[in-house]
Design a protein around this ligand. Sequence first.
Ligand SMILES: Nc1ncnc2c1ncn2[C@@H]1O[C@H](COP(=O)(O)OP(=O)(O)OP(=O)(O)O)[C@@H](O)[C@H]1O
Ligand SMILES: [Mg+2]
Length: 367
Amino acid sequence: MILSKISLINFKNYDQAELEVSPFVNCFLGKNGMGKTNLLDGIYYLSTCKSFFNSVDTQNIKNEEDFFVIQGEFDSNDSRESIYCGVKRGKKKIFKKGKKEYEKLSDHIGLINTVLISPMDTNLIFEGSETRRKFIDLIISQYDKAYLQDLIHYNKVLAHRNAYLKSLQQGAKFDALSLQIWDDQLVVLGNKIYSQRREFIQEFQNEFNGIYKTLSGGNEHSHLTYKSQLEENEFAELLAESLHKEKYIGYTTKGIHKDDFVFEIQDKPLKKFGSQGQQKTFLIALKLAQFKHIESKTNSKPILLLDDIYDKLDEERIAHLMNQICEGTYGQVFITDTNTERLPAYFNQKEYECFSFEVEQGALKMN
Ligand SMILES: Nc1ncnc2c1ncn2[C@@H]1O[C@H](COP(=O)(O)OP(=O)(O)OP(=O)(O)O)[C@@H](O)[C@H]1O
Ligand SMILES: [Mg+2]
């Protein structure tokens, strides 16, 4: 899908903005704090139904206002879709394709795929395992609807099981049958998700390794591995073994909700032993592998959102990425930069189509 037009009302620091964009490169240029990243986030919202930066929807409403609306027109070879996202204080979020509201937001995931490269990606290294699971889960969900449904179902069953364990902790009488109902479902769903994550990581690792090698000049080796308690034992056994403890603590300690993805460089944890440059390279390789993986699974290129890449990459790597953009490797691209000249100058010199927009205090001017 290619974005052709986007409009924002009361979204973050925008009152009202509307822009027609290029199917090739679009640059959002301007000083710090003007709203460049917010525009990328608006596009990200239309893809994932949420903000990349602020998961509390209402905090993305412009200060003092009551609602925000983001609308986008998207084109593919054979269709044109109009997507609407509306958030109003105190109301349920509304997401529409054409005139029809989605019953479940998860039905929308996979229609418009995006890959965002942002300075915030360092969270993948420094935050806990949940951040890495969410990242991987979003990649798989962008091409496999059944995976996302299984995951949502797993989390619902887990919440029920935890509520039951909590009631035991607070003195309710234990009833093995009640627990069995949740365990049976958890085991079936957990095993499915486990095998899907394993299969995913096998393919993804190759894509990641190839890109990392190119970016790093092939001198270092990096590793991306999947870690799950389900490698140690059958899921049903794990649950049975830990029941005694869980009755006292009141929540489920075993399962795929504890999985992690381990990042290593030269066989050591990237978080502690990677230099800043190595960490940046690792993260860019992860994101570009995400792009490649989704493209190969869906036969269509995601929209690439590049936030502050000059901050993230050295000149040589930027030149490499820019070259790839001009060769068409990445389809539609949106890039932010505080320097208002270097990107347009680069693409003009390459004779590659580039629309540039100057962003000033939530207002846009096309150059
Ligand atoms: N809900 C909101 N209401 C009003 N303004 C908001 C809201 N959320 C964020 N902002 C404002 O948006 C501005 C930041 O915009 P953004 O992150 O897009 O800037 P930027 O142009 O990318 O800057 P930088 O070059 O520093 O990355 C900040 O001034 C912030 O206060
Ligand atoms: Mg920014």
